[in-house]
Design a protein around this ligand. Structure first.
Ligand SMILES: Cc1ncc(COP(=O)(O)O)c(C=O)c1O
Length: 379
């Protein structure tokens, strides 16, 4: 046995998903969101593959630390990096990192803009602005658009490298959800104001996965140049059920573990911490995965499948182990040491796992801890 639990990452599926996005919008430039360690898949290998095999040239991180790691580890490759949230621009040592390592901070308040405009070293540095069109998280206030435009002009900055907005409800219908409609309208007004004031917008983007899936904010039907997919790169759809989309992704990852031990139980026998009673006579398979791997106690009750048998996670998940209860017919078939696939064995299994546990795939992916090695495969 060479591994305990592992995340098997299929790079061909990653390529497939990028190509699906290109089919949805042949004209869009893709800025791949690879924050949070590439949504748990491993930021460096995913970015390297995206650059060398798929011709992707722009990436989005959340923190300056992530961006620096990307720049340092892929130093020989040509690409742009944006830092979206934790930019810490006004710390002196960070300013140096942005300037010397060609990392672009996404500016989301006026004081950060002032800092860029008033610091001589940033005189020729690309300006990327993110507006809060209704998500009410980070972002410049649309009411400040005239003020911002004035500041740019006063400093002789007649172009913006990238103008960004982000949706709060992209999993819902882009044409029906009133916040989506409001956000779209506001973003259109902001872009118009900049352009009417003589500021060139070199790049603009509004679309994350749910928006792309609904074909909104694409160069084909708007004046935007870029899209910023995250989740869909890794396979799952982010649309709520019933919202029509145009994306059939392939799940990039497969979470595998193995069975440490099996034993037969009688109805009422208790297992694990808190002594959870078994509902029937059956078989327990103990998996070599637990919350020390990022596999949560909240997954208790979810169904998992092995050799055609349906099992259920029973009782409390421990730090290193998970009990799965199978019907007694499984006793002759399920054995210790077998590889056990938690998700990624068949279409839709991750989605069912997420629906049952009410945990979004974003969180399931990002939760996986470094104890789970990521291994990369090509078909
Ligand atoms: C600004 C911004 N753009 C794009 C994305 C990608 O979103 P998704 O993973 O839903 O595609 C995110 C992710 O949170 C984001 O914060």
């Amino acid at each position: 046995m060479k591994f305990r639990s592992r995340l098997v990452v299929n790079l061909d599926h990653f390529a497939y998903n990028i190509n699906q996005i290109r089919k949805i919008s042949p004209k869009a430039q893709i800025l791949c969101m690879i924050k949070a360690d590439g949504y748990g898949h491993g930021m460096i290998p995913m970015a390297r593959y995206a650059i060398t095999e798929m011709g992707i040239r722009e990436f989005g991180c959340a923190t300056i630390g992530e961006a620096l790691k990307l720049r340092e580890e892929l130093n020989e490759l040509e690409f742009d990096i944006y830092v979206f949230s934790d930019i810490q621009l006004e710390l002196l040592e960070n300013a140096d990192i942005y300037l010397k390592r060609r990392i672009i901070p996404v500016i989301s308040n006026v004081s950060e803009l002032d800092y860029i405009l008033h610091t001589p070293e940033f005189r020729h540095f690309p300006i990327c602005l993110k507006f809060n069109t209704g998500m009410n998280r980070l972002g410049l206030d649309p009411n400040d658009t005239p003020l911002i435009v004035n500041k740019l002009k006063q400093h002789g900055r007649n172009s913006v490298h990238h103008l960004i907005s982000h949706y709060a409800n992209a999993s819902s219908d882009m044409n029906a959800h009133e916040v989506n409609v409001l956000q779209r309208t506001r973003f259109g007004e902001i872009k118009k104001f900049f352009r009417d004031s003589g500021i060139t917008l070199e790049r603009t983007s509004q679309s994350n996965s749910g928006t792309i899936e609904q074909k909104v904010g694409l160069p084909e039907n708007s004046d935007d140049t870029h899209v910023r997919p995250g989740l869909m790169l890794y396979g799952p759809s982010s649309l709520n059920s019933g919202v029509p989309g145009n994306f059939e992704g392939k799940l990039v990852s497969k979470l595998e573990t193995y069975i440490l031990r099996t034993f037969e139980v009688k109805k009422g026998d208790v297992v694990g911490y808190n002594s959870t009673p078994c509902p029937e006579d059956g078989l327990i398979a103990i998996l070599a995965i637990g919350y020390g791997d990022g596999f949560f106690n909240r997954y208790s009750g979810a169904h998992l499948y092995h050799k055609g048998f349906e099992g259920v996670i029973i009782g409390r998940v421990s730090m290193d182990m998970t009990h799965v209860f199978f019907p007694k017919e499984a006793s002759d078939h399920i054995r210790a040491h077998e590889i056990f696939t938690i998700w990624g064995a068949k279409d839709g299994d991750l989605q069912s796992f997420c629906s049952e546990t009410k945990i979004i795939p974003y969180e399931v992916f990002c939760a996986l801890l470094p104890r789970v090695p990521r291994v990369y495969r090509l078909n």
